[in-house]
Design a protein around this ligand. Structure first.
Ligand code: CS2
Length: 466
């Protein structure tokens, strides 16, 4: 029997349920990109806030492309279970924070209406790094076909910018308050980037609305952290056996969760602190530490681990040859780039991260992390490399990871799932093993906006690739 409001009587006793009346809650958040990460992180926090007595923050999920999540959650009245797994066992709770999911291409007007609804105060995003449609220099990629269509107002919107532009225009016309746009993606200064990109888009389509946006809307930066492996059929079957119902929206995650948000909202916000969320004046130090240490190590584990025949994070981190590099990346190369004044205890942080990577109760595939590397390595590796280079510090471990990524994107070993896969393969074709490092990280290289390798670093990289 499938999980839904009507079948809750069949849910195993041990599953914790929300003790608020979810039918009585109005929808206050529109979330773009309602994948596994959102459900394990922001939806769980919102659920906890409502369980602690906050009201009217139900989430309307939006999928920009696929109808998969809508097919999982809508027949279940938005309900799904979240299972936290660690060495100490597992705990499952039912999350009631999601109301419904809209598949944007099927119902674009539904998305716009949700954004323009008076109850909506927040639009949030987990659209992944590539969902922001940036060029290598961080500006909007005006050549992207979906963005070009939205810019021309050609048909229904297709990108986050297109939807927001129409939704915000309606709010302005109805004299409604602006929205708070909460980016929950792993970009450095994610809020600031979103604000700049959105302003640039509106600057071209509707300059008066761009002014209104800057005045009335807010884009706090956030640091989000929770490891959430993609679900498999076997995982869903295991959950079904455990909870007594078929839950197509089920998620399995780790016990750890962290969300740090800049306290900068256009109007009211959920009392997420009830879920342990930290509100701070400046999230930059937290973001940099997390991106360069956790995510930087993750990407290194992915490319080095796949090369050595591993499938999961817990296997790669147990491989001594990889472990020593990953520890060096975190403890020395990434840690050296962090602002000492931030007070982050990097030794304790690395220790906690290693324990999380070792959690073999989770099956976290290296291939999942290896995806979209071109969008991830600038904030994870290249910015720290640039900082270290300016300070005269050598980064052999990060360079070893970069070499593994270079070999990965050559594309002759396994499928490269990356928006720039074709361009990267073409660069390999054109420059070969001797010239690829320069083509990527040299003065006029593809990634020059993030890091231009010194002659010494270039030579080191070339040697690693040889
Ligand atoms: C991972 C992240 O897939 C990836 O690139 O590094 O999804 C990572 O698991 C999360 O950022 C952890 O908070």
């Amino acid at each position: 029997m499938r999980l839904s409001r009507a079948t809750l009587g069949g849910l195993a006793e041990h599953v914790r349920r929300p003790d608020y009346d979810w039918k009585a809650q109005r929808a206050g958040i529109v979330h773009f990109g309602i994948g596994a990460f959102h459900r394990a992180h922001q939806a769980a926090c919102t659920d906890a806030a409502m369980a602690a007595g906050d009201r009217d923050w139900r989430i309307t999920g939006v999928s920009l492309r696929s109808g998969d999540v809508a097919a999982q959650l809508n027949p279940q009245d938005g309900l799904f279970t979240l299972t936290e797994r660690s060495g100490g066992g597992a705990q499952t709770r039912l999350i009631g924070a999601v109301g419904r999911v809209i598949v944007a291409p099927q119902d674009p007007e539904g998305v716009i209406a949700a954004l323009a609804h008076p109850d909506t105060r927040i639009a949030s995003f987990t659209v992944t790094e590539k969902g922001y449609l940036r060029r290598a220099d961080g500006a909007l990629d005006w050549d992207n076909s979906a963005l070009a269509a939205d810019l021309a107002g050609d048909g229904a919107p297709r990108t986050i910018y297109g939807f927001l532009a129409v939704g915000l225009a309606r709010r302005r016309a109805s004299d409604l308050p602006g929205l708070t746009l909460v980016s929950c993606d792993n970009l450095a200064n994610n809020g600031r980037q979103l604000a700049a990109l959105m302003t640039a888009f509106l600057g071209r389509t509707d300059p008066p609305l761009a002014d209104w946006f800057v005045r009335e809307c807010r884009c706090p930066s956030t640091m989000v952290d929770r490891i959430v492996p993609a679900m498999t059929e076997a995982d869903r079957a295991a959950v079904a056996r455990d909870i007594g119902l078929d839950d197509q929206g089920a998620i399995i995650t780790e016990g750890f969760t962290q969300w740090v948000i800049e306290e900068d909202f256009a109007s009211v916000r959920p009392r997420w602190e009830a879920a342990g969320v930290q509100f701070v004046a400046d999230v930059g130090a937290h973001e940099a530490a997390k991106l360069r240490m956790l995510n930087g190590a993750h990407s290194a584990l992915a490319y080095l681990g796949l090369e050595r025949g591993h499938e999961f994070v817990h296997q790669a981190v147990a491989d001594p040859a990889i472990r020593v590099l990953v520890e060096r990346i975190m403890q020395l190369e990434a840690a050296a780039t962090l602002d000492q004044a931030s007070g982050i205890d990097t030794i304790a942080y690395v220790d906690r991260l290693m324990k999380r990577f070792e959690n073999n109760a989770l099956q976290h595939r290296l291939m999942q992390i290896a995806m979209d590397g071109s969008q991830k390595i600038p904030q994870r590796w290249l910015e720290p490399l640039a900082i270290n280079q300016r300070a005269g510090h050598d980064c052999p471990a990060t360079l070893a990871a970069i070499a593994a990524w270079c070999r990965h994107v050559r594309g002759d070993r396994r499928v490269v799932d990356d928006p720039q896969a074709a361009q990267l393969a073409a660069l390999w074709q054109g420059h070969g093993q001797a010239g690829i490092a320069k083509a990527l990280f040299g003065k006029d290289g593809l990634f020059a906006a993030s890091w231009t390798a010194s002659p010494m670093a270039l030579a080191q990289l070339e040697q690693l690739l040889a």
